[in-house]
Design a protein. Structure first.
Length: 318
């Protein structure tokens, strides 16, 4: 094949990845909206039966309903399994992994904790900017993230999200990009993971932690370690952080603990930096041109446009 044919072939390989995420995004939002609509209708009916004409839907309760997310995950995984087949999921994603040394695993845990510290700084800077427009970054982020006080949201955020997102992003997406180089696969899957979160407050954090997860998945050859890391990150970022936020002393202890873990991770990473090798793959396409082909296809453009629209909506209208 000549260069033009190779470029066209690569676009056709990259585009389905973007369209798959767009489809999952749309499916999730439809099912979440349907779950919210059901709660609103049920609330009005109950109020009508009780003779209450002053009923106002509880927004926090609506966003805390995660049954729509759970249904979307189930449908998406069934479709992906039917599309890619047992050979892909059993032979590629869920195969027996290489064991990770305790020191390396500890470093990855510390890096994940470090991303939370950096994200804390980023959120506060974003809050200052948003306040200039009469908006609140933290308030908006809480609204779109939902309340973890409900059973369904706790079940989804703490257990189902780590499993489903690792299957999709470090399973399907990362494996689809791996033939074109490990560095390319890590950064590409992390970029899409950031876009998938759909808001400025979480984009860079999701990109950073997604890159760590992708590196671990390629290093071990599977997703069991990344599911465990993802579970730990969500547990620290949602359940533990929310549990201590009302206590100044506990919040300070939690913050210093995360800072200490971050510093430890940076030290370990620096000492073992020469052991990190990311091959560029067998593709003859230069890295810059490969990035252009990855972003310049219909599926990826649709994903970026959809995510961009949602980011602007969440930032200025939600």
């Amino acid at each position: 094949m000549n260069e033009k044919q190779i470029n066209k072939w690569l676009r056709k390989r990259f585009s389905p990845v973007g369209w798959t995420l767009v489809g999952y995004y749309v499916l999730m939002n439809i099912l979440v909206s349907m779950a919210m609509l059901r709660d609103v209708i049920a609330g009005y009916l109950n109020a009508f039966i009780e003779g209450n004409d002053q009923y106002v839907p509880d927004v926090s309760a609506l966003t805390g309903n995660a049954w729509g997310y759970i249904a979307a995950v189930a449908v998406a995984l069934v479709i992906l399994y039917a599309w890619k087949g047992r050979e892909f999921w059993g032979g590629e994603v869920l195969r027996r992994e290489k064991p990770m040394k305790p020191g390396t695993l500890l470093c990855m845990v510390c890096l994940c904790a470090g991303t939370q510290m950096v994200n804390f700084v980023w959120i506060n800077l974003l809050e200052l900017v948003m306040n200039c427009f009469g908006r609140s970054a933290t308030g908006t982020l809480d609204a779109v993230s939902g309340s973890s006080d409900t059973v369904s949201m706790f079940l989804y955020a703490s257990f189902l999200a780590p499993i489903s997102e690792e299957l999709i992003f470090r399973g399907f997406v990362l494996r689809s990009l791996r033939p074109y180089g490990k560095r390319f696969a890590i950064l590409g899957s992390a970029f899409l993971f950031g876009l998938f979160h759909g808001n400025f407050g979480q984009f860079f954090y999701a990109f950073a932690v997604g890159a760590v997860f992708a590196y671990v998945a390629l290093r071990t050859g599977g997703i069991r370690y990344t599911v465990a890391l993802h579970f730990l990150v969500n547990l620290l970022g949602m359940t533990v952080a929310q549990a201590v936020e009302d206590s100044l002393v506990l919040s300070a202890i939690y913050g210093y603990l995360i800072l200490a873990i971050t510093v430890a991770g940076c030290v370990i990473l620096w000492r073992h930096r020469k052991r990190i090798h990311l091959r560029e793959g067998t593709s003859p396409i230069p890295a810059q041109e490969k990035r252009g082909l990855f972003l310049g296809n219909s599926g990826m453009i649709a994903m970026m446009v959809l995510s961009g629209i949602l980011m602007l909506y969440v930032a200025f209208l939600a």
